[in-house]
Design a protein around this ligand. Sequence first.
Ligand SMILES: *Cc1c(COP(=O)(O)O)cnc(C)c1O
Length: 375
Amino acid sequence: MALTSGLGGQLSIDLGALARNWRALDKVSAGALTAAVVKADAYGTGIEQASKALHAAGARFFFVATPDEGMAVRAAVPDAHIFILYGLYPGAANLYIRQNLMPVLSSMSMLEEWMAKCIERNEAYPAAFHFDTGINRLGFRLNEASLVRESIEKLGYAPQMVMSHLACADTPNHEKNRTQLALFGSVMSQFPGIPASLANSAGLMTGRDYHFQMVRPGIALFGGRAVGGRKNPMQPVVTLHVPILQVTEGRTGESVGYGATYTLNRNSKLAILGYGYADGFLRSLSGTNPRPGGKVFIRGKHCPVIGRISMDLTVVDVTELGSDLPTPGEGAEVLGVNVSVDDQADAAGTIGYEILTSLKGRYSRNYVGDGNIPE
Ligand SMILES: *Cc1c(COP(=O)(O)O)cnc(C)c1O
């Protein structure tokens, strides 16, 4: 769907920054293995390119949500160890085995099906076990731990890893982190000697207690803010410039956009961007008079979105640029060093994850750098 003419918007994905982010996290988690979570098309950056760059940087363990994503990583990185967070799809065990994908088993029915396949083929195919320690999503319940242990013990099977997932890691002082850590400890005591994994990006940044044998960062690799209330130490990976189609004028008292939700309170210069919600510019970044919306960066200044974002077009107020107005064809930075993913997320009332995974627009995509960065 992306246009390849090079006309129009340009999404640039810095694989060198991605690789440096992985290395930086790998230093923080020294002593534990640092995996890479590349679900949802590697947080919108491209699962194939991102996986290759992460592998070149040193990553060997990859987490994805679906078996299809797992196959995409397998094709890009033949020697990867790949975990499927959705677990085992009913009837899909043969596919997982053929593709050498490890399900993250989270229910007794998944476990039974995987064990049945191991018995049928007389081979202990690797899998991880996921226990729910308080987020109430996927996972064996805590009271199933002994049942799980007994059912594998009698087969002489050992999981590759036992994992859980934190609900409040983005808030390091949240008491739920300690609670989940303690509950995870009690689960692990039932699986002595088995590698354990608890931390996502934020958990990794929260401290050693959370690292165990493997950490599973996603968002931080892609430059997003994992932990609130402190400076984000990661490098931006994504830069998006969209084209300015027209620069025009509006007069005091006139309205802008559908629904006339914004009224100009001065004679204004307006830049019309070839970029809208169909390209992933969330409509919640629209600006009304009482509530400012998103900002874009043009000629060295942040310029506010005014009026509703429409499907293909967005209007920004460039009056503050004075006589230094942009010309048609020039790019406006929507994401990058001057407008971070999290700036845009905060303005939209969402999280960087949603901004990144909404990158799907009518712009061309280029990859700069690669994972082969100096140590
Ligand atoms: C998505 C996901 C991660 C990565 O989380 P980030 O917050 O992006 O670092 C880790 N573990 C599980 C189980 C996940 O679903």
